[in-house]
Design a protein around this ligand. Structure first.
Ligand code: ADP
Length: 536
């Protein structure tokens, strides 16, 4: 803030400055005094001669505290030699222009300043003193530093992205080789049923692995963008844990691990999205299986402590060092040891788990005594209030049973996909018909009156959304269960499906179990458009 000029030196008019030397000197003094910059003069030995208000504002000392004292009072000890060099230059009549350096304030803060020091000469030209103008550039320096840091962060993020893409390509290509071999092997003549079964199991396992990677990737991006919506309902914890174990079972068995369960004897009620919570526990179980040598001990414990439900998954595997422990939930984090493992991964699983747990109002903690000493992941979330008796009773009386065969129409222009899906559903006891175009589907459905329709969205003649609207317009289609089957699992796709009248949205590739689990959930009264079941 500029101080107003003292009345007595105010020029009579801006266009007519006074020529009186006394008034001129007073004007100069006022300019110096009102400057925002620090203006200081010193002897050639470095003793302070004058100190303006700007200097007080920047360095904190009042004039009486510093006049007559060495200028080094504001110079950090390690820069005293710099001051000697400045004095040397001044004695030689040289000027120092916009020199960026650091000074110390009265309260000990270090500030960045830009310095200009000029020699003061007597009438005969002899250098008799020095004047120095210092500008506080701390804010500019800070801004420069922030810019530098954000550039560095961008560069790092860019490098991470490249590394991640390379890892993604590698992880997605990995399962393809065994699938290709298994398919080729099964084409060979003379295969025994046992060999065929083995090859099919390989394909199933690898496809499941690949789908899990892609699902995790899509889900983690939804969690970070805040677009993942939970379908919360009152559920029971052991059922969720059961689903998670089923998903992790192939990995647990493949490595011959022993899974010990310690579950509460009383049912534990929760307000949760059961599909997403199952995803949390299956991810933890799969990690335990992955990061433990074959034949390991894995334990899943669940219990309620007051208003908190605790679920922990522990293993006696490779463990995590204290240094890495705080980073395991970071997106794309993988330890070097983990990278070397055959089971692979993208480093998004735990970050997704943490996000899903947080969406349930819970928290997750990782514990390990160190490398080789196993790991434990503890999930905590709020317990739900017990369900009113009457609601349970209602649900039971109103539910149709999914055990009896249901009339299902499978619609997909990919004939192989439609036929194999129909085959699997028939094997589960349902009455199934297939259509390969939208028109064919409408034609067939007119007489077949399916209870459930599995509609591919990308049909060549009528797209799945239009088809769904037309079906909803028919008397038989009003109450049918419409399931959209697409390759796209984004929230927008799910919303489009709701708008078109679908009850459920499944992401390809779908399996008989996925359809069964939807039918089961319908049988239990849950016809809402839920996120895709994770299990394949
Ligand atoms: P991914 O398993 O794909 O690498 P995650 O996000 O699931 O990614 O896990 C991140 C990292 O945390 C793993 O790479 C591994 O280093 C470590 N980790 C996770 N679970 C365990 C475990 N049970 N034991 C030891 N390390 C683990």
């Amino acid at each position: 803030m500029k101080a107003p000029l003292p009345d007595k030196v105010m020029p009579t008019s801006p266009t007519a400055p006074s020529e009186d030397p006394f008034q001129q000197r007073a004007l100069l003094a006022a300019i110096v005094d009102s400057s925002d910059d620090a203006i200081v003069s010193k002897t050639l030995e470095g003793r302070i001669l004058s100190w303006n208000r700007g200097a007080t504002r920047i360095f904190g000392y009042e004039p009486h505290e510093v006049i007559g004292k060495p200028i080094t009072i504001i110079v950090p000890p390690e820069l005293h030699s710099e001051e000697l060099q400045i004095l040397g230059k001044l004695r030689r009549g040289e000027r120092i222009d916009h020199f960026d350096t650091v000074r110390v304030t009265k309260d000990g803060r270090r500030i960045s300043i830009s310095l200009t020091v000029s020699p003061i000469r007597s009438a005969d030209g002899t250098v008799i003193a020095a004047s120095k103008v210092a500008r506080d550039v701390s804010e500019r320096k800070l801004a420069e530093l922030r810019l530098q840091q954000s550039e560095e962060a961008l560069r790092l993020a860019d490098r991470r992205k490249d590394e991640f893409l390379a890892l993604l390509a590698h992880e997605l290509r990995n399962p393809l080789a065994p699938i290709r071999y298994a398919v080729a092997a099964n084409k060979k003549p003379g295969r025994t049923p046992e060999q065929r079964k083995q090859a099919e199991e390989i394909i199933e396992r690898q496809v499941a692995h690949m789908s899990r990677l892609l699902d995790d990737l899509l889900d983690v991006s939804r969690v970070t963008r805040g677009t993942l919506a939970l379908k919360k309902a009152r559920t029971e914890l052991t059922a969720i844990i059961g689903a998670a174990i089923e998903t992790a079972r192939p990995m647990l068995d493949a490595k011959n691990h022993n899974l010990a369960l310690d579950l509460p004897t009383q049912p534990l009620q929760l307000e949760a999205d059961s599909v997403r919570l199952a995803q949390v526990f299956s991810n933890l179980l799969i990690n335990a299986a992955k990061y433990t040598d074959p034949g390991g001990q894995i334990r899943l414990r669940a219990r309620q402590e007051q208003a908190t439900v605790l679920v922990s998954v522990s293993d006696n595997g490779m463990g995590i060092s204290a240094e890495l422990l705080p980073r395991v939930f970071n997106m794309f984090f993988q330890s070097d040891q983990a990278l070397g493992r055959a089971e692979g991964g993208l480093g998004v699983g735990l970050s997704l788990v943490k996000g899903l747990v947080a969406l349930h109002g819970g928290s997750i903690e990782a514990r390990s005594e160190g490398p080789g000493k196993g790991s434990e992941f503890i999930v905590r979330f709020p317990a739900g209030a017990p369900r009113p008796e009457s609601l349970d009773a209602d649900a039971e009386t109103e539910c149709p049973s999914a055990d009896v065969g249901i009339k299902i129409l499978v619609v997909d222009d990919n004939r192989d996909a439609a036929d194999t899906c129909a085959m699997l559903l028939e094997a589960s006891g349902h009455h199934v018909q297939t259509a390969y175009t939208g028109r064919q589907a409408l034609e067939l459905a007119r007489t077949f009156h399916p209870h459930t329709l599995l509609l591919d969205i990308g049909l060549p003649d009528i797209d799945g959304y239009k088809l769904a609207r037309q079906i909803r317009g028919t008397p038989w289609g009003r109450s049918a269960l419409l399931i959209a089957v697409t390759g796209w699992g984004q929230e927008e796709d799910r919303l489009r499906a709701v708008e078109a009248g679908f009850d459920q949205h499944l992401v390809k590739p779908i399996s008989a179990e996925m359809v069964e689990s939807v039918l089961q959930s319908v049988a239990q009264g849950g016809t809402s458009l839920a996120p895709p079941p994770v299990k394949l």
